[in-house]
Ligand binder design. Structure first.
Ligand code: CUA
Length: 435
């Protein structure tokens, strides 16, 4: 009705919205009527000289008493019924719902399916089927909130809680943690991916990735992740300088932090630097240079990367395969509009745009894409620039050329050759839609 709660993604969302709308409308009407009457009488019966101020003694009015007791009681019962009715829906998963185990931890969500498949920060479900989440926490209280599904439940260490929903549309939706759980609480996010049923079945049955990883030596897994997670963009293996320190002979190295303290690159230091890069920045490197990998890497992944770093001791030259080319079939891209192609490029995780640029106006490592097109930006050298096609292309290909005031030189110079002029024109068309 009022659309206050946004997009509706589950079959009970409309009920929750209806109850919310009714309560909102009643509240607004009562507030306006009561405060309005109060102001009206305050003005009308204000003190004026020569007027008798004595209030008449009114002895009651049975008709009025009955009306203003019975009518609000009926309204309250109706509102309670609306709430109860949708609450029962929310708390009663239909028998046969697909179960997914959810574990909250500081600060990420892990999911496990009945066939053993695991994901982190990404919950994939089929459209039209009821999904029941069985949830627990490894450490502190969290809360699993899927706004588009209108469902939310606390996640508690040492016990199981549950919530369920039946998605009515496909798409990517946001999941939040809504229980303050520590300093990275606001980053404890996940994606809910609703797929057509056949596509979901294919995704669920595909365990090639897991088997490959499980069969690998930790250091090989780390080597693979070095490319797959784009570490390669900022950290070289041969000692050459990039945005971040080279990994050559990194393990065990001692040096100075930007804070002036000393560091030793042991397992704990490397782990912390991957999960919370801003905690200990090495002197001479940009403070905001690295995005956090919190929630994107499992403990096995982290161990793998650390083991890989240990192998880069200079005793042998290490070759890595180049990053995989974009997977999107050209045919599918050709049938899209330029703005759709741009959206796909921005969303493609191998391009990493969304690691540092938000779509909703919030400040991450770089400026948000929302409202970017046509905006006047103040640069760090004090000059101003209007965001147009030429500026965007320059900023992507030569990120260091013009830095917006308030941001660090954090963007990797990896896009020249990776994104063509055509790609950028598509991305620009997409940016124009983000006003
Ligand atoms: Cu977990 Cu907030």
């Amino acid at each position: 009705m009022l659309g206050l709660l946004g997009e509706q993604g589950s079959d009970f969302a409309y009920k929750v919205d209806y109850a919310n709308d009714i309560v909102t409308i009643i509240s607004v009407v009562c507030t306006v009527a009561i405060v309005g009457a109060m102001l009206y009488f305050a003005v009308k019966y204000r003190q004026r000289d020569g007027v008798d101020h004595e209030t008449p003694a009114i002895e009651g009015n049975n008709a009025l008493e009955v009306i203003w007791t019975v009518f609000p009681t009926l309204v309250c019962i109706w509102v309670a019924w609306l709430g109860y009715d949708s609450f029962v829906d929310l708390r009663t998963p239909p028998p046969g719902a697909m179960e997914v185990n959810v574990t909250g931890r500081k600060w990420a969500w892990d999911f496990q399916y009945k066939n053993g498949k695991r994901t982190t920060s990404e919950l994939v479900v089929p459209v039209g089927e009821p999904v029941k989440l069985i949830m627990t926490s490894k450490d502190v209280l969290h809360s699993f909130f899927v706004p588009v599904m209108r469902t939310k439940m606390d996640v508690i260490p040492g016990r199981y809680t549950h919530e369920w929903f039946r998605p009515i549309k496909t798409g990517d939706f946001q999941v939040f943690c809504t229980e303050y759980c520590g300093n990275e609480h606001s980053k404890m996010l996940a994606r809910l991916k609703v797929l057509p049923k056949a596509e979901f079945e294919r995704w669920l049955a595909d365990d090639s990735e897991e088997r490959k990883l499980a069969a690998m030596k930790p250091s090989d897994r780390g080597k693979e992740l070095y490319v797959a997670k784009q570490c390669v963009t900022c950290h070289s293996l041969d000692g050459s300088p990039r945005v971040g320190p080279s990994w050559l002979k990194l393990f065990g190295k001692q040096g100075q932090l930007a804070s002036g303290d000393k560091y030793t690159a042991d397992e704990n230091y490397i782990r912390e630097s991957i999960l919370n890069p801003q905690a200990k920045t090495v002197a001479g490197y940009p403070a905001m240079g690295m995005p956090s990998y919190q929630g994107q890497l499992s403990d096995d992944d982290l161990t793998g990367i650390i083991e890989f770093i240990k192998t880069i001791d200079g005793s042998q030259k290490i070759e890595v395969a180049p990053a995989a080319p974009p997977k999107k079939a050209d045919a599918a891209l050709a049938s899209m509009t330029p703005a759709e192609r741009g959206k796909a490029l921005v969303a493609d995780s191998s391009n990493m745009c969304l690691t540092c640029h938000s779509l909703d106006g919030s400040k991450v490592v770089g400026p948000s894409f929302k409202g970017l097109w046509g905006r006047k930006e103040k640069l760090s050298d004090g000059s101003e620039v209007q965001v147009d096609a030429a500026y965007i292309k320059e900023s992507v290909w030569k990120p260091a050329a013009k830095i917006v005031a308030g941001y660090g030189p954090a963007m990797p110079a990896m896009y020249e050759g990776k994104l063509t002029d055509e790609n950028l024109n598509d991305i620009i068309e997409y940016l124009k839609t983000l006003q």
